[in-house]
Design a protein around this ligand. Sequence first.
Ligand code: AKG
Ligand code: FE2
Length: 210
Amino acid sequence: MEIALQGSLLDGIQDGPALEELGTSVTRRELSAGAWLDVRPGWVRGSDELFSRLVEDVPWRAERRQMYERMVDVPRLVCWYGEHDALPDPVLEQARQTLSDHYRDELGEEFCTAGLCFYRNGQDSVAWHGDTIGRSKHEDTMVAIVSLGEPRSLLLRPRTGGDTLRYRLGHGDLLVMGGSCQRTWEHAVPKSARVVGPRISVQFRPRGVA
Ligand SMILES: O=C(O)CCC(=O)C(=O)O
Ligand SMILES: [Fe+2]
């Protein structure tokens, strides 16, 4: 009796990151042109510890890319996990599985890859783009983003012009871009002039979408 009680008490105050329920806690927002967003604030409980673990455990890489005739630093650190790579933390494995289960009927396939971005401070950013490398150039798909650490603004705007939407994402929030979102909308994480702490974004995508 005492032991059982202690066990259940320990469950309730269990340390360490874990996933909250997904189910009906996800709110959908229909956008124009067959695009939509699902949002689930605070999906990862204890997310600050997961953030710290990923800062340490992920082999972050600085990338450079050609911009006209110059090579420039990509303003964030990155790490890419393909479908056969072990993810750097069991909570991310669990997140990928839970997302696959939740969206399987609608998506018709699994989330496979994980792209990680580390925004070290307000100077790190990602410019306006859609994730249109691969099948997402022509097909509807989903990109699920888990945000850890300090909140940053994720902006979205329709390619045909229109108002920009702003979501402040951090501390375990989930946002899923779905439908035609990668083709018909663009997204960005702009630089911030304010002093902002670091954020990690984990993007889960189906095979052949980048
Ligand atoms: O930081 C984010 O959540 C977005 C990252 C992103 O759009 C990308 O890597 O394609
Ligand atoms: Fe993106």
